[in-house]
Ligand binder design. Sequence first.
Ligand code: GLU
Length: 495
Amino acid sequence: MDRVRVRYAPSPTGYPHIGNIRTALFNWLFARHMGGSFIVRIEDTDQARKVEGAVESILDSLRWLGLDWDEGPEVGGRYGPYFQSERLDLYQRFARQLLESGQAYRCYCASERLSQMRAEMAERKEAARSYDRRCRSLSPGKAGDLESQGVPSAIRFKAPLEGQTAFQDLIRGEITFDNSELDDLVLLKSDGYPTYHLANVVDDHFMEVSHVMRADEWLSSTPRHVLLYAALGWRPPLYAHLPMILGPDKSKLSKRHGATSVVEYRDRGFLTEAMVNFLALLGWALDDKTEVMGRDELIRHFSIERISKTAAIFNQDKLQWMNGVYIRQLVEKQGHAEFARRALPFLESGLPERVKRPIDGEYVVRITPLAYERVNLLSELPARIDFFFLDELDYDAGLLVVKGMDRETAIAALRGCLQRLGGGPFDHTAIEGVMRSLAEELGLKPGPLFGLVRVAVTGRTATPPLFETMAVLGRDRCLRRLESALARLESSHAA
Ligand code: GLU
């Protein structure tokens, strides 16, 4: 096989979503598996649909997922430029060549005429066709007149009127289209800009792209591309059209299913590792059981043969579960400091405003070991551990009257804690020892006592392990909170 060169060719018409980036990932995995090149080409010839900031967001998404590109924006390469808007001469040259060889023609129809034509076709219930080929048979004299009147013209491809066009799709096998279904598509618009079809074919040829792996929605464009390659005397690349991605309800994937722009996943606290693994399984699988696979494993095993023909289902719950798995893995493999480092930005943005900034990173490294096992998203962390950072806890005094203990006993228990925790070591074993002997002394069961202290020092009934939590909070904070709990109980009528 020739050298593998694949490309991700996004149009900057919006922020990349799950489907777009899955295409990028499959191309990247294939390139890395084959030791080939991964190219990023920006298809920005549709000036009207360009969105400000879209290119940045495309590149940011790729960077976040670690999909490095060998050629393209920022890195350049031998086959550049990699923005189509900087390659207009090339497209114009080949549109003219097709015109001169009689495989294309000038079309002078104004857009008003085309809209009217389509409306009439719809009325007659004819198959929707974008053009009735009126200018295909224009006499040279008539064309000359229009030219001399300065009527603007587009260049259209002369598609064959009969026969069939077939190609091999590496995923779906042989695909055949009747030429009678194809239009005379516009290659070059009257403003000198190419259409997607012309630019895409010219660039894939000149960039020596070996495999075109793209979304299923482009399948019907492929016979047109194949015809264009033939008209230009070029060899087409190999094609692989990726299966659609559907929501769990089997309808086309949309925001409704939780599928938003890729950078939003980053901002919601998904880890790159989980996202890459999850996306890789949207239409590809190693076998029918392996789910958790790191980047290196994915590269090692990726193959076009194992891409599925049927639609993939996007399941947000699975993504969240997988993210939890990767959080645990991250801690095991890279340690708490790395987890805390990744969590820090989420704490900076997610903790209540009254918490002093910047957040103390060293304190965070002591807290996160107590919490990481229960979070599936980094963004869940602030709400789980905010009590570690607050000066004043906000909770209902009623919570202090835990089951199995009345108000008077609770007051006595808090006083006992205050006395005994004031001195001596303050690590979790020491704290536990003090609390257990206090329970015995007061004739209390440990459970209710610990429950009371938990509310007093954290303001909640469910938290990470109590004694570890107290040790991290530190003696001063714990004593202050116990005092404040005592004051609340004394002034309340909860009993
Ligand atoms: N610019 C097209 C897109 O945004 C590229 C399609 C292709 O890969 O040929 O999907």
